[in-house]
Write a protein that binds this ligand. Structure first.
Ligand code: IMP
Ligand code: MG
Length: 180
């Protein structure tokens, strides 16, 4: 029988088991360890969703000079061309001259990342790379390349592994997809 969870009013079905996700995390870490070997990278984790991926990933990172910082993107409904105003909170770490690896739980439309990249550019980093545990190729509307990509997903709503439905489900080690 399919494993399901109920969160608020919705039912979700198991779609990717923890072991497969763990393998993807280790592969992403190996890529970063290889490419960032001499970069003393700053990992910039985008809260809340990326907390679990950040923890799992950083345990596998062996690069000398690795540091970690946490930021948060707040969205407000407002009168911008996109109908949404974003704000970056919590950036206290010096970015200038650093090789930055953005750590994201999931890239959906790419709009959050597009905003974050624009703000970071203003801080004159040496370079910026993107690591995302999940991405939905069919949902992407921005010109963004995920440099270190975990697992590609269908364009469906998912929870678990840090991702939530209205606050619930972040603690689930497996990934679940919305049924109804
Ligand atoms: P984007 O700006 O459309 O790429 O969306 C980015 C953010 O939306 C992610 O960092 C998540 O926090 C959230 N998000 C996107 N897709 C999902 C999903 O399927 N489940 C839960 N959260 C999601
Ligand atoms: Mg996120």
């Amino acid at each position: 029988m399919d494993k399901t969870v109920k969160l608020h009013d919705k039912t979700f079905r198991l779609c990717i088991e923890a072991e497969e996700i763990d393998r993807a995390v280790r592969r992403v870490a190996r890529e970063i360890n290889r490419e960032m070997a001499n970069e003393r990278p700053l990992f910039l984790s985008v809260l809340n969703g990326a907390f679990m991926f950040t923890s799992d990933l950083l345990k596998e990172i062996t690069v000398e000079g690795t540091t970690v910082a946490f930021v948060r993107l707040a969205s407000y409904a407002g009168l911008s061309p996109t109908g949404e105003v974003k704000e970056l909170l919590g950036l206290t770490e010096g970015i200038a001259g650093r090789s930055v690896v953005i750590v994201e739980d999931i890239v959906d439309t790419g709009s959050s990342l597009a905003y974050l990249l624009k703000v970071l550019e203003g801080h004159r980093p040496r370079r910026v790379k993107i690591a995302a545990l999940f991405y939905k190729p069919a949902a992407l509307t921005r010109d963004i390349t995920v440099d270190y990509a975990g697992i590609a997903l269908e364009n469906d709503f998912v929870v678990g592994r840090g991702l939530d439905y209205d606050g619930l489900g972040r603690n689930l080690p497996d990934l679940y997809t919305l049924v109804s």
